[in-house]
Ligand binder design. Sequence first.
Ligand code: ADP
Ligand code: MG
Length: 292
Amino acid sequence: AAPISLVLASGRLAKQGIVAKEAGALERLALIDTVIFDKTGTLTEGKPRVSALQPLKGSRSSALRLAAAAESASSHPLAAAIRQEAAKTGLVIPMPDSQVYTPGGGVVAVVKKQQVGVGNAGFAKERGWLVSEEGEKFAKSKEAAGETVLFIAINDECVAMIALIDSVKSDARSVVSDLRSLGVSILLATGDREAPARAAAKAAGITEVHASMLPEAKQSLVERLKKRGKRVAMAGDGWNDAPALASSDVGIAMGNGTEAALTAGHLSLLNSRLLAIPGAIRISRLTLRNVR
Ligand code: ADP
Ligand code: MG
């Protein structure tokens, strides 16, 4: 049976909205010296909104409508933002005939006999989308400003560009400095590209950034750090964080995250507030001291 102090600690954590699946997770939490944050939905609000849409060929509304159709089945926050922007136009969004999703890249769908793609620069390149100079210029300037840029293509020709912004959670910066005061090193790992990753990291006061990470890359980052003797906690919300959450010493899932993240994590933050993380480390350290 778990020592009584661990049971009491679980109660204190629950009051802060933290649920541990096993007592062992609390013991491991006390020893954590490294925390990796996912960006979208963990460090940021995860509610991006379209900040700009530039048509390159055809109208703004037709590009938006097709993009929303292509993204109709995606649970990604970027997809939700595009659907929301399209809804504002009042246009009917057509049903796609098929959709193929590439994690960390984008989506390609067949909509009204046309192939409609929505994805980032890497994906556009991979798929060989034709992008005008005007489009490249848009991407460069928005990314430099820390915004996430997506390309919309019809039959492999880029017809519009979208920029999206997602604000960093208001408590992120104080949580990062609080964790540092506990002797914890902090990293950011994201599937997003370098520039928006750097911008979010800067806003939160994080200097070590790993961008363009596929789910397996996040996981191998965790494993690399563990091999170096680090005790690693990973905080994430997406299904793309699930392998890394499972591999870490303590996987911390945002309560409003995906089912996959909640299943893979060892702890859940019911209210998704980052402030609970340093709080939980403190409680676990105090508890462990009493157990020993
Ligand atoms: P994070 O690790 O920050 O949560 P993701 O791995 O979910 O980010 O996504 C990484 C990148 O992949 C996004 O920034 C975007 O460029 C692209 N992407 C992911 N899903 C979609 C989608 N449904 N539509 C378009 N692009 C997407
Ligand atoms: Mg995420």
